[in-house]
Design a protein around this ligand. Structure first.
Ligand code: C5P
Length: 396
């Protein structure tokens, strides 16, 4: 049962044909226990009347930024503070673009700009507009700012096209909204997560590394913190911002990650190793930049310590979770890793599929533990992270 009890949801409705589904979203939000207030853009009122949404929400619909009467009552700042969650559904390409550029020339934009609440968008637009690089860049930018994206779904569109851009169904949107609040399951717990790649120096300017983006580890850290855990994120060099309420410890090499991890792991309840640690490092690091001369250059490598195995061997051992990036026989390899490294859980993914894993925003995994295995189908890494944290919390 989806629960949004005691949650205050500000539903923003922008001008797209999917606005007719906003009425249904209000109902589903209320069924889940939420109180709903509605803000509409001018364009949205062309598709569905404010009176309809007022009758359903039981509250006056907010329309204007420059309405002295409205601002004297519940103005844009009050509304932005009131909401636990701002859910914009449908969110048009134009709204998304304005939000990405920080514009505030209508009431809904101003509320979004002023607010520090959770912000979620359910995009709805023609598939060409969705696929356009401008929209994709705006979406990416908003994601990095912590905006949650619900959908869009794929399928038939009002204009006759088929593809991604349909607004997700009201039930799915409300379910995702409820998931945003799934916290408290890790209250009073300490969680340590490793993330990103490591860099193994060859000389002062060169290193060996890999393509790990750190996205999965950062998403896990965010989900752990949202779930109430004191969260330490030990990260190699990545282009991501640390989530709120997470203690970020930046490291460069596997050796540094090893030392920091073992130190932090003594004090934690849960250790998740999502980092793509370099397996080997150059035996010696040249003091000066290596000059190009011979046609071939050999660099002798030494195996790095296995961090997650070392944590699993600690006397006071946390619940220890490892990752397994595999290309075939995923379950067999994952189970082998579980036993060989003495882990409590292995989260395995298929890195031969370019749509998931390494640098992508989505992932699909097989979770293997001593009692069995469970597939979690492809979804955004942040949602997957929350699902994984919920599952782990249940086992702790
Ligand atoms: O052995 P393999 O690299 O395939 O195992 C992957 C898992 O082990 C991941 O959880 C990764 O973070 C962890 N690992 C580690 N230290 C290493 C190598 C891998 O913690 N040196």
């Amino acid at each position: 049962m989806v629960s949004l009890s005691n949650k205050r949801v500000l539903l923003g409705v922008t001008g797209g044909i999917a606005a007719y589904k906003s009425a249904e979203i209000i109902r589903r939000l209320q069924d889940s226990g939420a109180t709903v207030r509605v803000v509409m853009t001018q364009a949205a009122t062309e598709f569905i009347t404010p009176l309809t949404l007022q009758a359903l929400s039981g509250n006056p619909v907010h329309l204007d930024l420059l309405d002295p009467e409205a601002e004297a009552g519940m103005g844009h700042i009050e509304l932005s503070r009131w909401a636990d969650l701002i859910l914009v559904a449908p969110a048009t390409a134009d709204f998304i673009a304005k939000l990405a550029s920080g514009e505030a020339d209508n009431l809904l934009q101003a509320i979004c700009l002023a607010s520090r609440s959770l912000l979620a968008l359910a995009p709805a637009m023609n598939q060409g507009m969705w696929r356009n690089a401008a929209t994709q860049q705006n979406i990416e930018l908003l994601r990095t700012r912590g905006v949650h994206l619900f959908g869009p779904a794929e399928g038939e569109q009002a204009c006759g096209d088929v593809g991604p851009g349909r607004m997700s169904e009201p039930d799915d949107i409300v379910e995702l909204a409820a998931e945003l609040f799934e916290s408290g399951v890790l209250n009073n717990r300490t969680v340590v997560i490793t993330a990103g790649p490591t860099r193994e120096a060859i000389d002062p300017v060169r290193f060996i590394s890999n393509h790990s983006s750190g996205k999965m580890g950062y998403a896990l850290a965010e989900a752990a913190a949202e779930a109430g855990a004191e969260t330490v994120l030990i990260s190699g060099p990545v282009g991501l911002q640390a989530p709120d309420r997470v203690k970020l410890v930046k490291i460069i090499s596997a050796q540094e990650m090893y030392e920091t991890s073992l130190n932090e792991a003594q004090k934690c309840d849960l250790f998740i190793a999502s980092a793509a640690v370099a397996d080997y490092r150059p035996i010696s690091v040249a003091a000066q930049k290596i000059k190009k001369s011979a046609d071939t250059l050999a660099i002798e490598l030494l195996k790095n310590p296995d961090i997650v195995s070392a944590v699993a061997k600690l006397e006071k051992r946390p619940f220890t979770v490892g990752f397994a990036a595999e290309t075939q026989d995923i379950e067999r390899h994952a189970r082998d890793k579980l036993e060989r490294k003495n882990l409590d859980m292995v989260i395995a993914n298929d890195v031969s599929d370019s749509a998931i894993g390494f640098d992508s925003d989505d992932n699909a995994v097989l979770v293997v533990d001593p009692t069995g295995s469970e597939t979690i189908p492809r979804t955004h890494k942040s949602i997957l992270a929350r699902q994984l944290i919920a599952k782990i919390a249940g086992l702790l």
